[in-house]
Write a protein that binds this ligand. Structure first.
Ligand code: ZN
Length: 510
């Protein structure tokens, strides 16, 4: 009886122990499942982060090139020199070599490379490739080089606003550098090694290396030779006119591709005035795109085109200018207060007679005038691929009185951006097709494969072929009358004087 009881009791005990052990195993299994399967990836990442040391390999930025293949902005590599004190084996010798190569004080270098409180100390930034190669050749233990990509602008103080510049971290800040940053920046690579708790590399451990991908190259519609001429002329005007600021744009009337654009004064892109934010901001602005102005006489090209298109005038028309017009009892003067007398339309345009343009605007009436201005793209952004574009300002149509309309006829009481005016003029002289102005000529990757070509939107029928032909003729006549640039080989030269802008409508012979 005693024996049977003991046997029974033992069985029970064994069963209990088995149950307890099973329970423990099941718990461990569940825990293992959670760690390995459910949290596995995240934990692996954390472990990798703790046990590896990585160095970013900065992607070289793509080049910026002009339409003729001239490289305007290019990246070059410099190196940062680091020391890992715990790995430095011969500090005195190492400090001697580095102080000489990097042109640094021996004691400064020695202190850095023996400071074991820091896992990594920076010795010098932006070291040239030649020096970096020399240091690398010395095979100094505990000394590392990290690549940096820097930007160099071939012409320095040229195309300041169009090209823009990058931050010290290689990110586009202004101009094309910022606008096309996504294409130019490439993809950074990195390398990492497994290390111990003190940050020392584990002997025989795995090293990973993911190379950086070079950014794409951007080709602009800009022609650097034209740009150089424009900037020289602008600088000359700055001096002659004692102007605070001068702006110029050259546009291909056939495509509205921008050949040159500049605002003076400007700064050297290789020496960006980062400490003087006011200058930096003012001189980085692409004023012909961001700022509006009252166009004055150059606007008369638009008024006349609309009047010809609407049939309210023709080449046979005559205008009389006594020096002013009375509109709704208000006297509005012609710029020539003694008057232009009797003139044909052609003469009135060449004379830039305000009376003629007041008449034309009033004949059109508010509705038609606004309809044509909308067709020319006024009051809307042109869609140019430059940041911060303004859309100009026109009075609300319902508020426009005759006196306002008369003034608008000769370019007053209206505000637009220079790029809006030039785009509209281009559409008039180019047979009535309005193209969206642009600076992007194409994008190619590092292997030379084209990713994107020159793209722009076109709108036909802004004016008829007939109006375009007459306007070309009148612009040529107005320019020849002035007599300064009567003939330029290979080009039709037309022009219209303005208070703030001399607009030279150039159409290539094809
Ligand atoms: Zn007049």
């Amino acid at each position: 009886m005693q024996k049977a009881f003991t046997l029974f009791s033992l069985k029970k005990r064994i069963l209990a122990i088995v149950l307890v052990i099973s329970f423990i195993f099941c718990s461990l299994f569940v825990r293992l499942f959670v760690i390995q399967i459910i949290n596995g990836e995240a934990l692996q990442l954390r472990a990798t982060d703790q046990w590896t040391r990585d160095l970013a390999i900065i992607a070289p930025r793509g080049k910026i090139i002009d339409r003729t293949g001239d490289t305007l902005a290019v990246s070059y590599t410099t190196y940062n020199v680091y020391a890992r004190a715990r790995e430095v084996k011969m500090p005195s010798e190492t400090a001697l070599v580095l102080a000489s190569c990097l042109n640094l004080d021996y004691s400064f270098v020695y202190e850095k490379i023996t400071n074991k409180k820091m896992s990594e100390s920076l010795l010098k930034m932006q070291v040239d490739g030649e020096i970096a190669e020399k240091i690398y050749g010395e095979k100094l233990s505990g000394i590392y080089l990290a690549e940096n990509s820097n930007r160099y602008y071939k012409y320095g103080n040229l195309l300041t606003q169009i090209l823009g510049f990058t931050s010290v971290d290689n990110v586009g800040q202004t101009g094309a550098e910022a606008y096309f940053d996504a294409y130019l920046k490439g993809k950074d690579g990195y390398s990492f090694v497994q290390s111990d708790l003190q940050g020392r590399e584990i002997g025989g451990s795995l090293r990973y290396y993911y190379p950086a991908t070079t950014g794409n190259d951007i080709t602009l519609t800009i022609d650097s030779k034209v740009q150089i001429i424009v900037e020289q002329v602008l600088e000359q005007i700055m001096i002659e006119q004692k102007a605070k600021s001068v702006t110029g744009i050259v546009m291909d009337a056939n495509t509205s591709g921008i050949l040159a654009l500049s605002t003076k004064p400007s700064f050297d892109l290789n020496d960006v005035p980062r400490d003087d934010l006011e200058t930096l901001f003012a001189q980085s602005k692409v004023k012909p795109v961001t700022d509006i102005y009252e166009p004055g006489s150059t606007f008369k090209i638009l008024t006349l085109s609309a009047a010809l298109e609407a049939g309210v005038t023709s080449l046979d028309d005559h205008f009389y200018c006594p020096g002013y017009r009375m509109v709704d009892g208000i006297k509005i003067k012609c710029w020539r207060t003694i008057g232009h007398g009797s003139q044909t339309l052609k003469e009135a345009f060449a004379n830039s007679c305000n009376c003629c343009f007041m008449d034309l605007a009033l004949r059109l009436g508010v509705d038609r005038f606004y309809e044509y201005m909308q067709k020319f793209g006024l009051g809307q952004k042109t869609g140019v691929d430059i940041a911060g574009e303004g859309s100009g300002m026109m009075m609300a149509k319902k508020l426009v009185k005759n006196v306002d309309l008369a003034r608008m006829g000769f370019g007053h009481a209206i505000a637009l951006t220079p790029i809006q005016l030039l785009t509209a003029v281009s559409s008039i002289i180019d047979g009535g097709t309005r193209n969206s102005p642009h600076i992007l000529g194409g994008i190619t990757n590092a292997t030379g494969q084209e990713i994107k070509g020159e793209e722009y939107k076109s709108k036909n029928g802004i004016v008829s072929e007939n109006t375009s032909t007459i306007m070309n003729e009148l612009l040529r006549f107005a320019e020849n009358k002035k007599g300064d640039y009567t003939f330029v080989e290979g080009y039709n030269v037309g022009g219209k004087t303005g208070v703030f802008l001399f607009c030279c409508g150039v159409k290539l012979f094809y």
